[in-house]
Design a protein around this ligand. Structure first.
Ligand code: MN
Ligand code: MN
Length: 389
């Protein structure tokens, strides 16, 4: 049993079996309660592995009229070089102002509803209303906007295809206007300079305005050839004994050429099975519930972290890992990759499809158990783990 009773209560102690000792303080007991597997790691953890967890609760929050935004980038979580994330809230009517950036932008709607707009390089317009469970992808450099709708605006997770992204250094329409000579603006648009008297003196970033009318009134010009939004929760999930998985990448959402994702639900007691990803690092966002993950880094190194809603997790390329639901409610999280496709390798499927006498020679496990391993991939498991049950 690798979760001793000393860890379970409201006063967890750094004790595992006959190892460790109590902590007389000073201590941050609130943190200790959230990080039981860090305070008293499983016996199997060993060696130095970089930090693989950062909570949005520990990020600077930029409060603006109408909303807020906070980010987890490689500045907060240095190992996370491939992707960065932003958690943003917009009240009804509030706008994340018209802007663009160097990075591709993938986003998942966590709450409420929003209107998104974009224009592509062919001069074609995209506009859509998205709800909780929908996502979007805007390719690098495409200008876009996000606006909260009735009744209560929205919250969404943005994921950018570079760990060094900064939400504070995007290209904003108001910022450019404020830093271009008015005579040039007037010449560019064919307007008198007096028409520019009221432009903002500095960036807006997030600001309140009127809730827009019906979407058909927002359609202008030719429509974009491909959709930049996708209804992820409308996708029929792959159901297995311990939960569900929905995968979205460029195969079913062609616009999303640089970010692939899986939305995973794990029931209490269930396990996102031991696996790794052959193509990329994994950036995780925890939506509901509680989990722990152990990452295996080769060279005898392994480290375990605890996660809950609002946390970011990270798995460097090819490192083995599992995610276990350690709470009493459904665990929901997103796995994201800087890749055009989702890919994972199941430890169990690999063993099932390898000559069983060869596997047995390595692990000394009863051949009948190896013969009974499922040959299909079952990404979320619910299994008994104790003898005699
Ligand atoms: Mn953006
Ligand atoms: Mn994974």
């Amino acid at each position: 049993m690798d979760i001793p009773s000393q860890q379970q209560g409201s006063d967890p102690q750094p004790i595992r079996g006959d190892k460790g000792a109590d902590d007389p303080g000073p201590r941050d007991v609130l943190r200790d309660r959230e990080n039981k597997d860090v305070l008293a790691p499983p016996e199997t953890d060993r060696g130095t592995i970089p930090n693989l967890k950062f909570s949005f609760a520990d990020s600077h929050n930029r409060l603006e009229p109408g909303g807020w935004a906070r980010q987890v980038t490689e500045r907060e979580l240095p190992v996370a070089t491939t992707l960065a994330g932003v958690d943003m809230r917009l009240k009804a009517g509030a706008v994340r102002e018209l802007h663009w950036h160097k990075e591709g932008e993938w986003s998942y709607m966590l709450y409420g509803s929003a209107r998104i707009t974009a224009v592509d390089e062919e001069g074609r317009q995209f506009v859509d209303d998205v709800q909780q469970g929908d996502l979007w992808f805007f390719p690098a450099g495409y200008p876009h906007s996000i606006q909260g709708l009735e009744p209560d605006g929205c919250e969404f997770l943005l994921v950018f295809d570079s760990g060094g992204f900064s939400e504070d250094s995007t290209f904003l329409i108001s910022d450019w206007f404020a830093h271009t000579p008015k005579s040039v603006l007037a010449k560019n648009f064919g307007w008198p300079e007096s028409a520019l008297a009221a432009i903002p003196k500095q960036e807006l970033y997030i600001f309140p305005t009127e809730v827009p009318g019906p979407i058909d009134g927002n359609r202008i010009g030719p429509r974009a050839r491909q959709s930049f939004s996708y209804r992820l929760l409308a996708q029929a999930p792959q159901r297995t004994s311990g939960g569900t998985v929905r995968i979205v990448d460029s195969r079913n959402f062609p616009a999303s050429r640089t970010v692939a994702a899986a939305f995973v639900e794990v029931e209490p007691g269930g396990l996102r099975e031991l696996h790794w990803h052959p193509q990329a690092d994994e950036w995780q966002y925890y939506i509901d519930g509680e989990a722990r993950m152990t990452v295996f880094a080769s060279e005898g190194k392994a480290r375990t972290f605890d996660y809950r809603a609002g946390d970011v997790g990270y798995v460097p390329h090819a490192m083995g890992h599992y995610i276990e639901n350690t709470g009493s409610t459904t665990l929901r999280f997103l796995e994201m990759f800087r890749s055009d496709r989702f890919a994972d390798i199941s430890l169990k499927q690999w063993m099932a499809l390898t000559p069983h006498e060869l596997v047995q020679a390595h692990l000394h496990i009863d051949r009948r158990l190896l013969d009974a391993l499922p040959q299909e991939k079952l990404p979320v498991m619910h299994g008994n783990t104790k003898d005699g049950t």
